[in-house]
Ligand binder design. Structure first.
Ligand SMILES: [Zn+2]
Length: 196
């Protein structure tokens, strides 16, 4: 399989397989800290093997207990969880680099990086922070501001079609989509001059 699970290490070998196991759940979101994301999906044979929760103030992580018979299901699930956490870390790095490029007026580089980041996901909180903190750069280039706003609006329109939001009821997805689109328009309004 090639996946190295923590419980396979000799240090943690047990004489008898435990009846219940534990899986680490972080909230994969723009506000989740990197440390928590790195544990997302990990499996432990004993509660003591897991990091002590909460890891920090406002930590939203939890341990899910599951029966030994379901280990292979949770291993498979854990693999997808780790992939998702890795993707979020990659998305953040892209978004951060995009902001740096924007601040330095490297506009086409910034747009490329933002485009790559929204292919993974897009968060309205980050867009609000961007419009607040990179105000000067956005003022300098209304054209870049307009293209950026349109990129975020487009991304936000299909955000809730992503697999990870499938569990959300349709009404809630529609409401959150509407809210996000309004927020993005409002954030960019001071920088974008609409054509008459
Ligand atoms: Zn954390």
């Amino acid at each position: 399989m090639g996946i190295k699970l923590p419980w396979r290490s000799p240090r943690r070998r047990h004489r008898r397989a435990p009846a219940v196991w534990y899986q680490y759940y972080a909230t994969v979101h723009a506000t989740a800290c990197e440390v928590c994301l790195r544990h997302h999906g990990e499996i432990y044979a004993r509660r003591e093997d897991a990091p002590p929760l909460p890891l920090h103030p406002d930590c939203r992580c939890s341990l899910l207990e599951f029966p030994a018979e379901e280990l292979s299901y949770y291993e498979e699930h854990g693999r997808r969880m780790r992939e998702r956490a890795q993707q979020e870390l990659r998305r953040r790095a892209l978004f951060r680099r995009a902001r740096e490029a924007l601040a330095q007026d490297a506009l086409s580089e910034a747009l490329d990086l933002f485009r790559e980041s929204v292919q993974i996901d897009v968060y309205e909180e980050e867009i609000e922070a961007l419009c607040r903190e990179e105000r000067a750069a956005l003022r300098r280039s209304p054209e870049a501001a307009r293209r950026l706003r349109d990129l975020f609006l487009r991304a936000y329109r299909w955000k809730f079609d992503l697999d990870k939001y499938r569990h959300m009821p349709e009404g809630m997805r529609a409401a959150r989509r509407r809210h996000g689109l309004e927020t993005i328009r409002a954030c960019f309004a001071p920088f974008v001059v609409e054509e008459a």
